[in-house]
Design a binder for this molecule. Sequence first.
Ligand SMILES: [Zn+2]
Length: 302
Amino acid sequence: MRRVTRILVAIVPVWFFAASLLAQDLGPHVRKIKEGIYIYAARETDSNCGIILTQEGVVLIDSGRRPPDSHNILSVVQKLTSLPIRFLINTEPHVDHTIGHFVFSPPASIIAHEGATESMRQAYNPERNQERMAESPEMRKAFEGYRLITPHIEYREKMTLHLGEKVIELLHLKNVHSEADTAIWLPQERVVFSAATVGVKRFPNIRPFVTIPDILAAIKMMKALNPEIVVPGHGSPGTTQIFDEMERYYALLLERVGKMVGEGKSLEQIKQELRMPEYDDWVARERFPTNIEAAYRAVSSH
Ligand SMILES: [Zn+2]
């Protein structure tokens, strides 16, 4: 009898908790991926914002693609908890992940890898914001109070946050996308936010300082964590299959570019001739030439 009671005591609060969350309307853009971990993205290809609830407050991961998203995220947080947003971690400094900082800070302290502040300052473009505001009265309103907020804390290589019951590890990703990329790993929940190291059915935008060997090393590092859920910078969360698919893509790309280099073809010829029909359903095809350039650099460097 006592055993049955113990089991009921263990089960009932969990059920009530789940039921109370289901009763809340968090809107169509929010996905619960684990207890206390939510993802917001208005469209599937938008940057993902992570919402992590702890007993000591909220940790956000990135601040929304555009200010209207940031305001939506704030109202989702307010539906979930009355606790403040304590920290906002940037997976990368680009504007579609950081433009909404002013909505959350203060009170949130912003954390990013070394190099993020410099990158955000360099990219800051007030005229571009004026153009965005001119799009609609709603956009103008969402920009009210806008100011550029760069990270308050820049870490180097690794940082661990202990907030309430949650452990949140920040891991530097070298040369995978921007000047300052961070993976966020929750070892207890086995969730990794992989930043833009990987995408979902989407060609990456590979800048000249990004290297495919560095991307592959970052994927290997994150796979070794043995995550249950992978949340890419953009695209639907999934499993480590997201990593596997990107590894296959780069392996095939390196193989084909390597073969053409071996045949004595120039970068220009390769750009004209190389076909990857396996990836015809991927979006952002205009970025494919940057992928060929990166593969060319990789196969030519040894
Ligand atoms: Zn980016």
